[in-house]
Design a protein around this ligand. Structure first.
Ligand SMILES: Nc1ncnc2c1ncn2[C@@H]1O[C@H](COP(=O)(O)OP(=O)(O)OP(=O)(O)O)[C@@H](O)[C@H]1O
Ligand SMILES: [Mg+2]
Length: 413
């Protein structure tokens, strides 16, 4: 039985290490402390902690204490030499005689280090072996249960530290990828805005001269049809360019207390003809007593027109578009849903929908949803989509009802 002071030492060491696991993001710092403390507390000769490199399948030395450089220069050990089912199932394994045990890879080197016995502690996390903590002893000894408990606890803390480091690494990789993507998009946006700006003026010239020429030619003359096409297509280009400039400008919303139902009604009025021609039925279900929100009515109207036009395009002929408004469960957000019975979105397109220039339409610029997404985000809201191919799509706008600056709720008068 270890003395009371030894147990206190175990306890304090464990507390120090578990504190560091929680507070430090540097896994090396934790593992260095583990190998040092475990060697001292167990009166061992040395300790070595290897971590499994998921790419190479090798156990690479990650922290060591008390081993010579010659031993450490032996490098990694392959997975097949270390991992046996026994290692995954047991919290510790004692190798009583290093010279005759087949699990020992570098026997000669261990002899040179003066080691005769080993305590192995597999670092298992979520059923996977993440590494191995190996403690080396000069003389053979019989372990006390408290000593084993202490070593196993430190191995568990090491597994937590490794797992935490992996999570941080994964998050960092994801963040880097996202940052690269955002940077690419904003560079593309800047470039597109530059081009749009340059094209805008010559286009205005083409439109001006073709319109004045069209007025001068006879209605049944040979040039009339061609000029009309020039005017129509130039106007289309102008709309695309304006959308592009709008997207790149990323205007700050001019927020005022607004009646969202009136904004929706105005957007619907502008598209009534389009809906009638396509025999699309429009259902509106408005939440009674909807709280007022601070928003830029013009920008929100633009979002709704984009969503309604997309819905109409997805339906083509005959179908239903439903617009619903409601408050979220906590009463802090306004939710607007635009649902259609159209063709729906292919699953592989779902995460591209809000990217600028993504379009499946022959004449689509792919800016409608990108602009809408930006506007909703500038309102501290969210624009999301749910869809099943063949069954239609539902776009949801969520907007906060509370203005952060004023911290006040607005109610319908
Ligand atoms: N309601 C919907 N149902 C099915 N697909 C949709 C719907 N809304 C958008 N999409 C898909 O998302 C793509 C991008 O839409 P977005 O509005 O950004 O561009 P667009 O409509 O193609 O062109 P435009 O810039 O003229 O609006 C569309 O081409 C279409 O494939
Ligand atoms: Mg569109």
């Amino acid at each position: 039985m270890p003395s009371a002071s030894k147990i206190t030492e175990f306890y304090e060491t464990f507390r120090e290490i578990s504190g560091l696991v929680h507070s430090s993001t540097d896994v090396k710092e934790v593992l260095d402390l583990v190998v040092w403390k475990v060697t001292e507390a167990l009166n061992a000769k040395a300790a070595l902690l290897r971590i499994l490199n998921l790419r190479t399948g090798e156990f690479e030395p990650s922290a060591s204490y008390g081993l010579s450089d010659t031993y450490l220069s032996k490098g990694p050990v392959t997975q097949k030499h270390l991992i046996t089912d026994v290692y995954k199932q047991r919290p510790y394994i004692i190798i009583k005689d290093v010279q005759s045990d087949e699990r020992i890879f570098y026997r000669k080197e261990l002899e040179a280090e003066g080691i005769s016995m080993i305590l192995d502690l597999p670092l298992v996390f979520r059923d996977n072996m993440a590494g191995l903590l190996r403690i080396f002893f000069r003389e053979k000894k019989v372990f006390e249960p408290d000593e084993i408990d202490f070593a196993v606890s430190l191995a568990q803390q090491s597994s937590c530290a490794i797992d935490k480091a992996r999570l941080i690494e994964e998050q960092q990789a994801r963040y880097d990828q996202l940052a690269l993507h955002t940077e690419k998009l904003s560079a593309l946006g800047r470039m597109a805005a530059g081009i749009a700006h340059e094209i805008n003026n010559p286009l205005a010239g083409v439109l001006l001269y073709s319109s004045s020429l069209a007025k001068k030619v006879k209605d049944d003359g040979p040039l009339k049809e061609g000029l009309d096409i020039i005017i129509r297509e130039t106007q289309r280009c102008k709309i695309i360019i304006q959308d592009l400039l709008e997207f790149a400008r990323d205007r700050e919303p001019q927020k005022n207390t607004a009646d969202i139902h009136r904004v929706i009604d105005q957007a619907v009025t502008m598209l009534e003809n389009e809906f009638r021609l396509r025999q699309i039925q429009l259902d509106r279900t408005y939440a009674p007593n909807m709280k007022k929100a601070l928003l830029d009515a013009n920008q929100l109207q633009q979002v709704l027109i984009n969503l309604l036009l997309n819905a109409a395009h997805a339906i083509e002929q005959k179908g239903t578009v439903s617009i619903r408004t409601r408050m979220d469960a906590a009463g802090k957000k306004m939710v607007i849903e635009v649902q259609d019975t159209g063709c729906g979105v292919q699953p592989e397109h779902l995460n591209k929908l809000f990217e600028p220039f993504f379009s499946t339409k022959k004449n689509g610029s792919g800016l409608g949803l990108a602009v809408s997404y930006g506007i909703v985000q500038n309102h501290q809201g969210q624009l999301t989509v749910e869809s099943q191919p063949g069954k239609g799509a539902c776009f949801t706008i969520t907007l906060p009802l509370v203005d952060d600056k004023r911290k006040s709720y607005q109610r319908w008068q």
